[in-house]
Design a protein around this ligand. Structure first.
Ligand SMILES: [Zn+2]
Length: 453
């Protein structure tokens, strides 16, 4: 059966066309006609339609920390302490309720794919659940409830410092013990999930401090064997880089290079503090990066070298990471606006390139090579952005208006794989996203946690 979607305006990856009719069959775009009038029987999308946004770096449970970490002055490390206390209270039931609500918030913001950097694998203390992938399955179920695509970046996390010191306290539930045991568990999950159009199991190394180099090969090899994405936190904090230099005599990028972990399927998350050799290594290996500007801003991480990385061969994706806000337009414009502050120069990165990062590059970084662009053969993900809202009125149907003026609430309609998920700002399957977020977060951050702050 062929469905048709008529769009007032659509961004076709560099130019905006008017009166665009997409024919959709089995969730994919089969034909695109432009300059046509609305057809009887077509679904209609007003405003400017863009491809689905990809949130390439998420820790869903960090959503529970929003605003709470702004009360007192603190560092990245005190923020991390509160985050660990939230992690302690997660169980499969709470995790599913929270991911369902957080991913529904993402859907409302036009996000059609999320990369969940998932490391809360086991029970508090580190004992395995009866089903060793119960927590991963909770995330998968949450994404299915919210009707968005998921790349579960199952994260290997074994040590608490670059010297290989063991996980302690709340970190214990993150660990599988060895890289081989991580690979066994994840391979079982991959086989359980099977081939589906909406879930992909990928791999992640937590960071060079979280995985001793001798345990990296099983993770790198598992990802290579399955052509899966491999993500890794890298060079977010100057202290992390200094510790790595002290222990390994090289930067995190150099350690990853020597472990064979760089390459076109690899995404270095943050990539904030890079040397010129790091940037050259990443370019030579076509390694991608994922910037998370609202989180990097929140945590005081610094500003990464976006122009140099964009000039390289790797993908440039975006993520909302700690979910200080969930708004990929804000992430996209922050790349350029932060660069303006750092360089005191305007107009380095064009709106079209930023929108491409949020759509095309992000989907590829998550292993969805057929999503994130409006072309024949691609998955039918449509995101309608209102261009006559209070924020966008007068700015026109342009990439500049979407990237530099729109906000998540300007997304009116979202279609994933040809299926309407958000209609007129309402999620079709999660009727009250705000209420579900509030109750899932209240359940996680209970009074005892507040009392011990
Ligand atoms: Zn992260």
């Amino acid at each position: 059966m062929t469905d048709t979607w008529w769009c007032e305006h659509a961004w076709l990856g560099g130019s905006v066309a008017e009166g665009v009719l997409f024919s959709v069959s089995d969730g994919s775009i089969t034909a695109i006609d432009t300059d046509v009038t609305a057809q009887p029987g077509s679904h209609r999308l007003r405003g400017l339609v863009i491809p689905g946004l990809a949130n390439a770096h998420s820790h869903a449970f960090h959503r529970a920390l929003r605003a709470r970490t702004q009360r007192d002055r603190g560092s990245f490390w005190t923020w991390r302490d509160l985050m660990y206390r939230a992690a302690e209270r997660l169980n499969p039931d709470r995790y599913r309720r929270l991911t369902r609500a957080v991913y529904a918030e993402m859907a409302l913001a036009g996000i059609t794919s999320v990369g969940e950097f998932h490391y809360v694998h086991h029970e508090a203390g580190g004992a395995h659940y009866a089903e060793p992938n119960a927590m991963g399955q909770a995330v998968i179920d949450g994404a299915a409830d919210a009707r968005i695509r998921l790349t579960l970046l199952d994260t290997c996390y074994l040590s608490s410092g670059p010297d290989g010191s063991p996980l302690t306290g709340p970190q214990q539930r993150f660990g599988d013990g060895t890289g081989d045991r991580w690979a066994e568990r994840v391979e079982a999950l991959r086989q359980q999930v099977g081939i589906t159009p909406s879930v992909l199991v990928g791999a992640a190394l937590h960071s060079v401090r979280g995985v001793p180099v001798e345990h990296m090969p099983p993770v790198v090899e598992w990802a290579a064997a399955h052509g899966a994405p491999l993500h890794v936190h890298s060079s977010e904090q100057t202290r992390e880089v200094e510790q790595c230099l002290a222990v390994h005599g090289g930067t995190p990028t150099a350690v990853l290079r020597d472990a064979g972990a760089l390459g076109p399927r690899t995404t270095a998350v943050h990539a904030t503090h890079l040397t010129s050799e790091d940037i050259a290594d990443m370019d030579r290996t076509s390694t991608g990066v994922c910037f998370c500007p609202t989180t990097e801003r929140d945590l005081g991480d610094g500003i990464g070298p976006a122009p140099a990385l964009l000039a390289g061969r790797g993908l440039f994706s975006l993520g909302s990471d700690s979910h200080a806000v969930i708004d990929l337009f804000e992430e996209a414009r922050a790349v350029e606006l932060d660069e303006r502050l750092a360089s005191r120069t305007r107009g380095t990165i064009a709106a079209d390139r930023l929108l491409r990062a949020a759509t095309y590059d992000g989907h590829r970084a998550l292993g969805w090579a057929d999503a994130g662009e409006l072309v024949v053969g691609a998955r039918a993900d449509f995101v309608a952005v209102q261009i006559d809202s209070i924020r966008t009125a007068g700015g026109g149907a342009t990439a500049e208006n979407v990237v530099f003026a729109a906000a998540a609430p300007d997304v009116t309609d979202v279609v994933v794989d040809g299926r309407a998920v958000v209609v007129d700002r309402k999620h079709v399957a999660v009727p009250d996203v705000g209420a579900e977020l509030a109750s899932a977060i209240a359940d996680l951050m209970d009074a005892s946690l507040e009392a011990t702050r």
